[in-house]
Design a protein around this ligand. Structure first.
Ligand SMILES: Cc1cc2nc3c(=O)[nH]c(=O)nc-3n(C[C@H](O)[C@H](O)[C@H](O)COP(=O)(O)OP(=O)(O)OC[C@H]3O[C@@H](n4cnc5c(N)ncnc54)[C@H](O)[C@@H]3O)c2cc1C
Length: 559
């Protein structure tokens, strides 16, 4: 039995299923492996195919509300679609994503008239968009942007703006029909919508990239580009960064789904390969030294990312707000896991992994971008740490203790999902944060960022334990994804919770001591406060659970 997602924004399960099937069918016909490898080799943007996804499949209709001619899909639907697209090809997924992203300033900041005009055109004509925020000198720090919009006053009113400057790394930069451009107006950063072919707008040659080579990434230049004042998104200057902030929860979730899709695509190839590759007298799939290093930890980490994505998507669809920090956690967990999984997949295929033909080499290069664009992993660590630090202060150190209490309750109701271990890790985190507060350890940026990582892991462990409990109770969302059967997912949750506990025990101690927060005479007491003995004790049974995850993984790839 599965849980309907009624009451939430978005499509019904049947419609989503039909869309996913039609994307699979389209990909089988248009994007077989040999074509993908050729596009990668020649670094050619498959314009017709990406446009075909709009004109034939109507993929752009997903993110456009029904009022403007779209289907009004929710965050959960978009996560499933992004995961699937990324499992096919991350370059094509990125081309599609740029239109999703490009239209967001309109969706979240446009006037009714602007939404009707531009979203209506995207829905009807399947226009390709580009989202032009980054600049040569402004990447992570968008506040440093230098492209300017100077008002042109005619008869006492601002009728137009003159845009000058440059953008860098713009996906679809050479092909878009419409550009969302973030520029500095006198009132502050402001979005404008610019049409292809505007006088003074030019684009550079496609960047010759490490991965996603079939996506088009180009610089843009603006030399006295005139744009009507009515094309300023929302008609009020200075709202640009606020409008961009409004969608981070949602857009980071999409990139999180990219990490998930690409990571699982690599992992599945590795798992399948290992069932037929005979070494040392038997298939690799039967060798723990292979499976427990190269497959199992990655399946667990990816499913922790998925659990966090699904929780966040449902909360977004329930209208809980922008959820920027949750989007950051989802992105951080899933894209780091996707990278690690793809890297391990190369190793799993040995020499075959290192050549292009077997695809995992390409997936590894492609997925690398997901920890860079839409906010780097380090910026995610900072975002997560800063936000949760505030919560720690506001709750006087109670927050992660309260989370632990909730996880203990989950353990009482569902004792096989590792919620007790996740609770121990959460308690340990609360103590670590408190030590960091008392000894002012976050004055070291590195410590702040490492706390960001540990926070994400602890929250991911909690999310996976909840998801595993739902799976055992037959209560997973009807529209949900996932690879492992409920018992396998429970084992994955136990492994993941233990991994989180081990990180707290190792990294928590390391940075607290390393930053001068625990003197030799205080060590024993601090170890007790962190619950070090319990974190170590929690490792009992780990190998057996890894065996179970391996079993569930092979069952899923054979299914
Ligand atoms: C293929 C590709 C496609 C892209 N598509 C788009 C697009 O469509 N639209 C768009 O607007 N942009 C796009 N980008 C740009 C992308 O979002 C930026 O590259 C990204 O935000 C990082 O900015 P940066 O490259 O300037 O790196 P920087 O910000 O200079 O970062 C360099 C390194 O420093 C770290 N760092 C940065 N700030 C801090 C800090 N305060 N403290 C500690 N460490 C820090 C970063 O984590 C990173 O490791 C794309 C990039 C690529 C490569």
């Amino acid at each position: 039995m599965s849980q309907p997602t009624q009451g939430l924004a978005g499509l019904d399960a049947e419609s989503l299923g039909m869309i996913l099937d039609s994307i699979r069918g389209f990909a089988e016909e248009n994007l077989p492996d040999d074509r993908l490898l050729e596009l990668d080799r020649t670094h050619e943007f498959p314009e017709e195919t990406v446009r075909g996804m709009c004109t034939e499949l109507g993929i752009q209709l997903l993110f456009i509300p029904e009022a403007y001619g779209g289907m009004g899909a929710g965050a959960f639907d978009v996560y499933r679609v992004c995961e699937l697209l990324a499992s096919i090809d991350l370059a094509v997924a990125t081309g599609v994503f740029a239109t999703f992203l490009g239209s967001d300033p309109i969706l979240f900041g446009g006037t009714e008239e602007q939404k009707a005009r531009w979203l209506g055109a995207i829905a009807e004509r399947g226009l390709l968009m580009a989202y032009a925020a980054s600049e040569p000198e402004a990447g992570s720090d968008l506040g440093a942007l230098r492209t300017t919009a100077t008002p042109v006053v005619e008869n006492g009113a601002v009728t137009r703006y003159r845009i000058n400057g440059a953008k860098m790394w713009i996906t679809n930069g050479g092909y878009a029909d419409l550009y969302s451009v973030l520029v500095l107006a006198p009132g502050g950063p402001t979005w404008f919508i610019l049409e292809k072919g505007a006088d003074g707008l030019d684009h550079g040659v496609p960047e010759d990239k490490h991965g996603i080579r079939a996506s088009n990434t180009a610089a843009l230049s603006f030399a006295d580009v005139f744009i009507p004042a009515g094309d300023l998104v929302g008609l009020v200057e200075g709202q640009g960064l606020v409008q961009a902030q409004k969608v981070f929860g949602y857009t980071r979730l999409m990139v999180a789904a990219f990490g998930l899709g690409a990571g699982w695509a690599a992992l599945e190839r590795a798992a399948r390969y290992s069932t037929t590759r005979i070494q040392g007298g038997g298939p690799l799939s039967q060798k723990q030294g292979f499976t427990h290093k190269l497959l199992v930890p990655h399946a667990c980490a990816l499913e922790s990312g998925r659990a966090f994505i699904e929780e966040t998507a449902m909360r977004l669809d329930a209208g809980e707000g922008t959820l920027n920090t949750e989007g950051a956690i989802a992105k951080y967990l899933s894209t780091e896991a996707g990278n690690a999984a793809a890297d391990a997949a190369i190793q799993a295929l040995g020499g075959y992994g290192y050549v292009r033909e077997y695809m995992v080499e390409k997936i590894r290069r492609d997925v690398r971008i997901t920890t860079i664009y839409e906010g780097t992993s380090e910026i995610m660590e900072m975002t997560i740490a800063r936000d949760r630090w505030q919560i720690h202060l506001k709750t006087r150190g109670r927050h992660y203790h309260d989370e632990a209490v909730a996880l203990d309750a989950l353990h009482a109701a569902s004792p096989t999902v590792g919620a007790d271990v996740a609770a121990a890790a959460s308690r340990s985190l609360a103590e670590l944060l408190e030590r960091a507060r008392v000894r002012r350890l976050t004055r070291h940026q590195h410590v702040l960022f490492r706390l960001g990582e540990l926070i994400a892991r602890v929250e991911g462990a909690g999310a996976l334990a909840r998801r595993a409990a739902d799976a055992l109770a037959g209560k997973l969302p009807e529209k949900g994804g996932g690879r492992l059967a409920p018992e396998g997912l429970a084992a994955a949750s136990r492994v993941n919770a233990r991994d989180t506990a081990a990180r707290l025990a190792g990294e928590g101690m390391r940075w607290a001591i390393g930053a001068g927060g625990v003197g030799p005479a205080e060590r024993a007491a601090f170890e007790q406060a962190l619950g070090l003995a319990a974190l170590h004790e929690a490792q009992a049974g780990l190998i057996e659970d890894m065996d179970r995850v391996a079993g569930a993984l092979y069952q899923s790839v054979e299914a």
